[in-house]
Ligand binder design. Sequence first.
Ligand code: 2PG
Ligand code: MG
Length: 425
Amino acid sequence: MPTIAHLSALEILDSRGRPTVRATCELAGGAIGTVSVPSGASTGRAEAVELRDGDPARYGGLGCRRAVGHVAGPIHAALAGKSFADQAALDGALVILDGTPDKSRLGANALLAVSLAFARAVAAERGVPLYRSLANDAGREPEALPRPTINLFSGGKHAGGQMPIQDVLIVPTAPTVDECLATAYAVYQAAAAGTAERYGARALVADEGGLAPPFPDAAAMLDEAVAAIDAAGFAPGRDAVLAVDVAASHFSVDGRYALDPAGGSLTGEEMVETLLGWLDRYPIASIEDGLAEDDWATWPTLRRRAEGRALILGDDLLATNPARIRRAVEIGAADALLLKPNQIGTLTEAAVARALAVAAGWRTVVSARSGETEDDWLADLAVGWGGDGLKVGSITRSERLAKWNRLLAIEAETGWPVVGWPEPR
Ligand code: 2PG
Ligand code: MG
């Protein structure tokens, strides 16, 4: 049984230069795990609380010294010297120690960093790669790799709000990660050239490494993505399809959606019609947050009407939160879960979220955050937990490439194929 010998933490900076938490867990046998946790920008209201210092004179209030202090202080004091039968036992102790429903006392950033550092130390103690150790804890025998979904164009909170919608991603359909990434690179380069020509946009990148030209509207963004696949020599809909993160919570006001950058707004029903119109015109395999996180009444309509055409993927709606997932399953609000462990705060609660989604017959897409670090644990998690998709941003910037590179290494080590999603049409 792993025994925690020592816990420590450090305030480090993420890909936006904002503070975040890195924690180290040392087990009694000498195995060590160190993990850095990410941070979102387009956060859902139901997410667990990332504890920030709030001192405006330091990092605009975003410092993480309190969260770091909680790891070295109360969490270390309560857990050091204790043995834990498994990850669930450790995470249960963390949740009790925090004592709040939203992790606001000790901070979800502090708790997740400890939870994952323990997982990494346990993998080291077992002498197996992290993905194997995580699969073992989930009672799985992994045999496939998640399909890369790669950010091409950014908007919304990741690109200074030049466009209401947040992401257009490409989903190559090749059978290997290696080929998928090579396809993504070619499409990205074609997109950079195409948008330079049509929008005079230099290839400067947004928070997740995607391009962010001044598109007049979402349809232009989608047109350009299809044109880039074509210009790179691939067949849109066959060699690569699209995924969209509409992130609609962030442009919805009082139940209406300000989708058009030129003005005007849509009702939920009109928003559904618009999204279905995109499915008619573009090869879209998945729509994430097509509606707002509190628009529970409209989500089932979208799910029903998109059935068999595109996944209806919940991010802000579900917040990797078991209670919200149960509600969504009950009313048929979605058929895929975007899984972000830092939305809920411990690995075990994220595993419960995943299990609920899988039991409902949903797909799962494991996702990074827009504020990331050079850590690569997310790729191991996606493989170990059998994610259908992996979403870590674009094919530029090292905090993104750390995850793609880790996936390439796992592919080289295992030779496993990429999962069979999306289904051929
Ligand atoms: C999302 C994520 C990642 P953020 O909305 O899916 O793209 O963004 O981390 O800012 O919430
Ligand atoms: Mg999202």
